[in-house]
Design a protein around this ligand. Structure first.
Ligand code: SF4
Length: 348
């Protein structure tokens, strides 16, 4: 069975309700929405053992079935993970993602639990955020909403981002940010965000998206969504990642940047931010990717890369110096020439 997309909303093959989740309105609404849908199986758990309800004997099939599974639960431990350097804390609204990007960091991080899990007790989560904000007063506390997920595909029925954006809109001492590869953002456009939420779009050339980012929004749909949120007054930025060196890469990235610069209005209140990350991988990620995508064409030949030692004893394979220098020069020059009101945060 194929995972279903309406626009880019996630329509799962099965929805698993964890014990006690149905006390919350979000869970009740999701049950109402799916209970008569013959393509979606409803499972009510009496324990919290999710995995046994997801078919598949090996990682390859567990990954595919997991990606079509929505788990509705509650966030019990209200201790937020730190999220340095981009934010102070993760805001745990969703974990997992329906997308099947071959280089997704979640492939390694969520291991054999690739399902999408949403937390129905959003009010408890935001109350906890308030405690963290109070602890750091008078400093500003920044929360990241996409540290372990892409929260947009489930937003049409969780409304979690909507609640969070309103909450942070009312908070002078906190900011919220998240990043997405999707475009289902219309419900966020008219919220009172007060410029306190930054929405970033992860984007790439069409050939990279088509080859590696399965079940995500197209390049042009993401661009269209980014223009809408910028026009709605949100601080907005682009994470262009991962950058690959391939035949025509300069033409295609130039085309992408040109398209962005021609569409972005020039009267925005906030500069458009850019974060540029070249492709890199760890040995653990490579092994995992090849288990889940055995036919992957991702360039992961160690001999073509430079091994860069990491902080905790495991390193990454990055492009060699000449390649990295070329990437840096190319993006520095292009962004400088094409954009006026912009801020390049880093090119690595
Ligand atoms: Fe991972 Fe983002 Fe792709 Fe989802 S959209 S699979 S979170 S890279």
């Amino acid at each position: 069975m194929l995972v279903l997309l309406v626009g880019n909303m996630f329509i799962p093959n099965r929805v698993i309700f964890e014990k006690d989740s149905l006390e919350y309105d979000m869970a009740k609404n999701i049950l109402t929405k799916y209970k008569d849908n013959t393509n979606t199986e409803i499972i009510n758990l009496t324990t919290n053992r999710v995995k046994q309800h997801i078919p598949g004997d090996d990682l390859f099939s567990q990954y595919r079935e997991g990606k079509k599974t929505l788990v509705v639960g509650t966030k019990k431990s209200l201790k937020f993970q730190s999220c340095k350097p981009s934010a102070h804390y993760q805001l745990p609204l969703v974990s997992g993602c329906m997308g099947e990007c071959e280089y997704c960091y979640l492939n390694t991080m969520l291991g054999d639990k690739p399902f999408v899990k949403i937390y129905a007790n959003v009010d408890d989560i935001l109350n906890q955020a308030q405690k963290y904000i109070d602890e750091r007063l008078p400093d500003i506390t920044i929360f990241e909403g996409a540290a372990t997920s892409d929260p947009i595909p489930v937003e049409p029925y969780t409304h979690s981002l909507e609640k969070a954006i309103r909450f942070f809109g009312n908070s002078e001492n906190a900011r919220f940010r998240f990043v997405t590869k999707y475009n289902d953002i219309d419900s966020l456009l008219n919220l009172e965000h007060n410029g306190h939420t930054e929405i970033r779009f992860s984007i790439n050339t069409s050939s990279i998206i088509n080859q590696y980012e399965h079940f995500t929004a197209s390049r042009d749909n993401r661009i269209e969504a980014s223009i809408k949120v910028a026009k709605a007054g949100y601080p907005m930025g682009f994470l262009i990642a991962p950058i690959f060196i391939y035949p025509n890469w300069k033409e295609e990235y130039h085309d992408l940047l040109l398209e962005l610069s021609s569409k972005i209005p020039n009267n925005l209140k906030f500069p458009v931010t850019f974060e540029i990350i070249s492709h890199r991988y760890t040995t653990i990620a490579k092994t995992r990717i090849l288990q889940v995508f055995p036919k992957s064409k991702l360039p992961m030949n160690d001999e073509h890369r430079k091994y860069k030692y990491g902080q905790f004893g495991y390193g990454k394979y990055v492009y060699q110096k000449e390649g990295l220098d070329e990437i840096k020069q190319f993006f520095t020059k292009e962004i400088e020439e094409l954009f006026k009101n912009k801020k390049v945060l880093y090119i690595i």
